[in-house]
Design a protein. Structure first.
Ligand SMILES: [Zn+2]
Ligand SMILES: [Zn+2]
Length: 504
């Protein structure tokens, strides 16, 4: 096949209609097509797809007619391509075949085969056209295929249909070891996927693929797998924690959004962000972006903040109280989206969660794979709460550092043993004053006082933090320290708040 000017130009034009990922793919294939002058589609091999041409035994003139092609087609359809080698010329050719040049009726078969790139390059015909599909959404292969499959597919499609057979093309790198070396038997640095699956489960290997930047070579080692399995454990624990705490939640009786607590609304802002980040990352095939977003959400937003803080509300409020159900409503909403986001990442774990979680009417009970991917809910976007809580989180971060120091110095054990004094001024004082109850909850301490001035010895800008031991006794029920423990005659070992929550 000669790439004449008339053929090369439409091919180069078609390259521009395709989205190449990574973007340098476009330049690479353009260059290769510009430099290519011909394509010899036959090969002298003893195996492969035969070329259905006969030659006159006398004068060597080729014999290819519609009838002869049709006959070979029918035979191959029934017996496979090996029939070409097994059957005689007489059996393969139409009855009464005669050379148009010399009238001879004796022929011999072509013995060359098709170039294998021609075979794979024409899959758009057998896979797509056969099913009435105009083109493929995506071709995916290793970075050596600009010379191979991507190119041969493009050329055959331009020749037969005048357009590219795909809308997008993605290339990936190769798997190498931790030091970037190719895996080989002699070095003994190969890692068998099956071994990883047996040891860690198939979801770990999926997660590793997701976490990798596939646009260049991808490292794999025992160490890397361990790190991924650590992240996996955190994601799984987030789901497990929620499942454990919504077991008595009626999904048909959620608390209305307006009645949720601020921190619940904040968690839903973060959930929206997770959905948005993952959707955008998936759309761009930047899977490691989705992995990072999921990791951040489960580890930072949920485990270290939201789920940690609402523990008190879940364990100590009255079971049917609106506060407790608000937390459950929020957690259920989170799990419901989380499991769908996880479905393409950690398919088995997502399916396992789906089987164990309660469902709303209309959801596909059989499999999460058959349900819908979550969408951002506009009503959960709340810039005011987001801004306010971003500030509160910054304060918590400062307080946590001080609590950590006090814990290291053995001044306190659990953070609930602590009292925190905050020293602030100006706008920050106005922001924090009056929020002591909320701050107690956020810091997970027993007492908070906000003072309008700065401690002299503390030079930190805007915020002074003092940690000391909280006053009072430890409440047996909520583990907070309170001077109210002992006041209640019926429940002398618990605090006033808990005593109230135990009232029928
Ligand atoms: Zn002849
Ligand atoms: Zn208590």
């Amino acid at each position: 096949m000669h790439l004449l000017t008339g053929f090369r130009k439409p091919t180069l034009d078609a390259v521009k209609t395709v989205k190449w990922i990574p973007a340098w793919g476009e330049e690479r294939i353009t260059k290769m097509i510009e430099d290519r002058n011909d394509w010899c589609i036959s090969r002298q091999r003893t195996w492969g797809v035969p070329i259905p041409i006969f030659y006159c035994k006398e004068c060597e003139k080729e014999y290819v007619t519609e009838d002869s092609l049709k006959k070979v087609q029918e035979i191959v359809k029934e017996k496979g391509t090996n029939a070409w080698f097994d059957l005689s010329e007489k059996e393969l050719m139409p009855d009464g075949a005669k050379c148009s040049e010399c009238g001879c009726t004796e022929f011999k078969k072509e013995t060359d085969i098709m170039d294998v790139w021609f075979d794979s390059g024409s899959t758009h015909e057998s896979v797509l056209a056969e099913r009435g599909l105009p083109e493929a959404d995506l071709y995916l292969e290793g970075s050596d295929q600009y010379r191979g499959w991507f190119q041969s597919s493009l050329l055959t499609s331009i020749a037969t249909k005048g357009k590219a057979p795909y809308k997008e093309v993605i290339t990936h790198g190769y798997t190498v070891d931790e030091q970037g070396r190719k895996m080989s038997k002699s070095i003994g640095n190969g890692i068998e996927p099956q071994e990883v699956i047996n040891k860690y489960g198939a979801d770990i290997i999926r997660l590793w693929v997701l976490a990798s930047d596939y646009t260049s070579d991808i490292s794999v080692s025992e160490n890397i797998m361990k790190q991924v399995s650590e992240v996996y454990r955190k994601i799984r624990n987030t789901a497990r924690y929620i499942l454990g705490n919504i077991s008595d939640f009626d999904v048909n009786k959620p608390v209305e959004y307006k009645d949720l607590q601020e921190i619940d609304k904040w968690a839903l802002v973060k959930l929206n962000k997770l959905i948005d980040d993952c959707t955008k990352a998936y759309d761009k095939y930047e899977f490691n972006g989705a992995y990072r977003a999921l990791n951040q959400f489960c580890v930072v937003d949920m485990s270290a903040f939201y789920l940690d803080i609402i523990k008190d509300r879940l364990y100590t409020s009255k079971p049917d109280s609106i506060e407790r159900r608000a937390a459950q409503t929020t957690m259920y909403e989170i799990l419901s989206s989380l499991v769908r986001i996880m479905a393409p990442m950690t398919a088995f774990t997502a399916e396992e969660i789906w089987k164990h979680m309660p469902h709303r009417e209309g959801e596909n009970l059989e499999s999460v794979m058959l349900d819908y991917y979550p969408k951002v809910k506009e009503e959960y976007n709340n810039p005011e709460i987001e801004m306010k809580w971003n500030k509160l989180i910054k304060v918590k971060d400062e307080v946590s550092k001080k609590l950590e120091v006090a814990r290291a110095n053995k001044e306190i054990g659990l953070s609930l043993e602590a009292k925190v004094d905050l020293f602030v001024e100006g706008e920050e004082y106005n922001f924090l004053a009056g929020k002591e109850e909320l701050l107690k909850e956020i810091f997970i301490v027993s007492e908070v006082e906000v003072h309008e001035n700065r401690r002299n010895e503390d030079v930190e800008v805007g915020l002074g933090v003092k940690v000391s031991k909280a006053e009072g006794e430890k409440c047996e029920r909520c583990w907070c320290y309170s001077t109210t423990v002992g006041e209640n005659k019926v429940h002398p070992t618990i605090c006033a708040r808990c005593a109230k929550n135990l009232e029928v």
